[in-house]
Design a protein around this ligand. Structure first.
Ligand SMILES: [Zn+2]
Length: 276
């Protein structure tokens, strides 16, 4: 367990400082990564916690030139403005597109697009658009080391929640598969430790989601018509009931995918129906 405020060297180009925002959805806290040697990029500065920003400044020693955000959830991007104020670094990412759950104050100097590369001094970070967790999510691939900064696309130790309408299960599964097109050796998640084998992890996650989708369909076939409260008990019987409110969000994302594919529909009372 690493101590907040301390930079931990992970590879020759990457170090990590964990933000002090532990919780059920954030694990030990948000991972903020520093990339580079003479010129640094900070990836996901985390929430605007002054002690955390101070730790980044101390570790960065006036070398921070870029601030990259994977997405605009409140545990990832709000620190960007504060860090920019102190460093003059260029903020890179995509604007918030959901005012309800996102950091609408996020205002990038460079709005990133798919496959765009940020070139630093001895490193290149390629942006890969990975909608699913939210539609404005990007991963960044450090090409020199084959390590991808995955934000909340892939976490270590907890399951990514897909919250519609910003979150989309079909997009999510496609975005997971998309990572296999790149030469990626390790995953640096937004929460939790490095994951060693990208292909194995992606295959596991896709299988897990498709397995859950099967359970949604089989569960609904049994008790259709059903509302979310009824269905979650069957589909997530293996998950602690304290997590069922979160599970209902991801289950809704599965149902929307299945609806689009013509397997289920909703009646006027918002109950889900299995299409026979
Ligand atoms: Zn997130």
């Amino acid at each position: 367990m690493s101590v907040y405020g301390n930079a931990e060297q992970l590879t020759s180009l990457i170090s990590r400082i964990i933000a002090p925002n532990p919780g059920p959805m954030t694990g030990d806290g948000t991972n903020t990564y520093l990339v580079g040697q003479r010129e640094l990029a900070v990836i996901d500065p985390g929430p605007a916690i002054p002690e955390h920003i101070d730790a980044l400044l101390k570790s960065g020693q006036q070398r921070i030139r870029w601030i990259l955000c994977t997405h605009t959830h409140p545990d990832h991007s709000p620190g960007a403005a504060l860090l920019k104020e102190e460093t003059g670094a260029k903020v890179v990412g995509a604007f918030a597109n959901d005012g309800l759950h996102q950091d609408v104050s996020f205002s990038p100097d460079l709005e990133i697009s798919d496959d765009e590369i940020i070139h630093g001094d001895g490193w290149d970070l390629r942006a890969i658009w990975t909608p699913g967790h939210v539609s404005n999510h990007y991963c960044y691939l450090l090409e020199q080391e084959g390590i991808i900064f995955a934000g909340d696309h892939i976490m270590n130790g907890s399951t990514v929640v897909i919250v519609p309408p910003g979150g989309d299960m079909a997009d999510y599964i496609n975005s997971l598969r998309r990572l296999l097109d790149y030469d990626i050796r390790q995953i640096a998640p937004g929460h939790g430790d490095l994951i060693a084998n990208c292909k194995e992890e992606v295959d596991k996650l896709v299988a897990h989601r498709l397995g859950r989708e099967k359970k949604v369909l089989a569960g609904l076939e049994k008790i259709s018509p059903a509302d979310l409260d009824e269905l979650v008990l069957i589909v997530y019987s293996d998950v602690d009931s304290s997590l069922h409110e979160w599970a209902k969000l991801s289950m809704t994302a599965h149902l929307i995918k299945l609806e689009r594919e013509g397997h289920v529909f909703k009646d006027k009372k918002d109950r889900w129906i299995f299409k026979r």
